[in-house]
Ligand binder design. Structure first.
Ligand SMILES: [Mn+2]
Length: 480
């Protein structure tokens, strides 16, 4: 699907949806369960609250048949789908639905079904020539509607940035681009976010400095990533004190001279190989988005906030109240809600670490013609197998000249498939969203996502047929 870029058309469509939502008697908000989906849900909920529209919220991993049935028969006056829905338009049979999504719409889902008589508002940047995978997230689309409901909702822009960063939209360019910059302006002018050039590593606000470098994976720092004592040695050489008053200092605690000393040290360390140095430095330093007046280190930047939300979302399946916890934190809870969220995160980290270890040291990966493969069976939960796959691909321990495809057992004799690529592969034509959607469809499953990261659910008995398809489609995309 290709449309002329039309930002005004996109905003106008969002405004129509906003009017319909304001006029609704009550609303059911259904959102995706990742950081972007949870941010979207919070934006929707807060803006309805402010407009005095009664509503309830739900978060789901995907729109399966059961969920679709529920929402088709929900008693609410209006349904608001956030960060999902565009792939399921033809399964929505009830009127009065707003879809605020940024995933690639299902083919023929254009304006044909956006009939106002049917009361279905399909707000998706792809329909207006905006790049939904890079320049606006589900939370960004939801925010555009919220802002049209009331200009005072501009303070919610910060949540839209958290959603965008949660979906890695700043990743390719080491900064947000396109429509996200408009949203970023709102977030900064509302005083809730500060945008600065700085180190982009995860943990700037929450990890001891040497730990942060030990876990550096974008960029990987050869000789330092994975080697805690080497990272500590750097601080020793630079005479930077890692601990102060019995507390480990993090990057944000450092004096400006200490920060530039470290950046200079790394620049110097790779100077023998100028192309490596360039690759490292353009990823190491970039734009970062710090929360203003946030005392909790784990909420200090958009990236860290999003990571906390993700951890809550991953465990929402087992306990719906985990979604509630995430929403409470976004609505300002810094007390019990936050404590529960932090507990999930600690848990989540342990699960990820043992997942990666399991794949690399026990299950093992298999290099196939056009992709790397592992099947985690029931040893890694299907909710985190995608993240684990991404981290395995980024670990430098497997070839990164082909995407990774991972499987884990799911319910109902199905397997969950997760595929992850790299920016280089996407530049060469890889589109995993298409791979997953098309190949899943050939075995009666469902799939989709983004060019660089996508997933599918397929019948377990058809896994080999499915994988054969995956191989040929990737081959075709990379060598048309
Ligand atoms: Mn999203």
């Amino acid at each position: 699907m290709r449309a002329e870029r039309n930002e005004a058309g996109f905003t106008a469509a969002a405004t129509k949806a906003a009017l319909a939502l304001r006029a609704a008697k009550n609303v059911l908000v259904v959102g995706h369960n990742d950081a972007d989906g949870l941010s979207s849900t919070a934006i929707a909920s807060i803006s309805l609250e402010r407009a005095g529209v009664p509503h309830r919220t739900e978060n789901v991993k995907k729109l399966d048949q059961v969920t679709l049935n529920q929402l088709n028969h929900a008693p609410e006056d209006m349904i608001w789908l956030v960060d999902l829905g565009s792939g399921y338009i033809n399964s929505i049979t009830r009127p009065s639905v707003v879809i605020a999504d940024h995933h690639m719409p299902e083919p023929n889902a254009g304006t044909g079904r956006t009939l106002e008589s049917f009361d279905l508002y399909h707000i998706n940047p792809h329909l207006y020539g905006l790049n939904g995978s890079q320049e606006i997230s589900g939370a960004g689309v939801t925010y555009t509607i919220a802002k049209a409901m009331d200009q005072d909702n501009k303070d919610l822009a910060v949540l839209a940035i958290i959603g965008a960063v949660g979906d890695f939209q700043e990743n390719q360019d080491a900064r947000l681009i396109g429509f996200n910059r408009t949203i970023l302006k709102d977030a900064v002018s509302s005083g809730r976010l500060r945008c600065v050039e700085d180190l982009r590593l995860f943990g700037r606000c929450s990890r001891p400095i040497a730990k942060m470098f030990e876990f550096a994976n974008d960029p990987v720092l050869p000789g330092m990533t994975g080697d805690f004592s080497r990272c500590s040695l750097m601080l020793y050489e630079l005479e930077i004190i890692p601990k102060h008053n019995g507390r480990w200092r993090c990057w944000e605690d450092l004096e400006p001279w200490e920060r530039s000393a470290i950046i200079g040290y790394i620049d110097d360390r790779y100077s023998h190989d100028p192309s490596l140095r360039d690759r490292i430095m353009t990823r190491l330093v970039g734009e970062v988005y710090n929360m203003v007046d946030e005392d909790i280190p784990e909420l200090g930047s958009a990236k860290e906030f999003a990571t906390l939300l993700n951890a809550c979302g991953r465990y929402g399946e087992q306990d719906q109240s985990n979604f509630e916890v995430a929403l409470q934190v976004m609505k300002g809870d810094r007390d019990l809600g936050l404590m529960r969220a932090l507990r999930h995160q600690a848990n989540h980290r342990r699960n990820l670490a043992s997942g990666i270890d399991l794949v690399l040291n026990d299950i093992g990966v298999e290099t196939r013609e056009c992709y790397t493969f592992f099947d985690a069976g029931s040893r890694i939960p299907d909710t985190i197998v995608g993240i684990v796959a991404g981290m395995v691909l980024g670990s430098g321990k497997i070839p990164d000249d082909r995407p990774i495809v991972a499987m884990a057992d799911s319910e109902n004799d199905e397997v969950k498939v997760s595929a992850r690529g790299t920016k280089d592969l996407v530049a060469k034509g890889l589109d995993l969203s298409h791979v997953m959607r098309f190949c899943a469809a050939t075995v009666g499953g469902a799939g989709g996502g983004h060019d660089i990261a996508a997933g599918a659910t397929v019948p377990a008995e058809d896994r080999e047929i499915f994988l054969d398809q995956v191989n040929s489609v990737i081959k075709f995309q990379l060598n048309p």
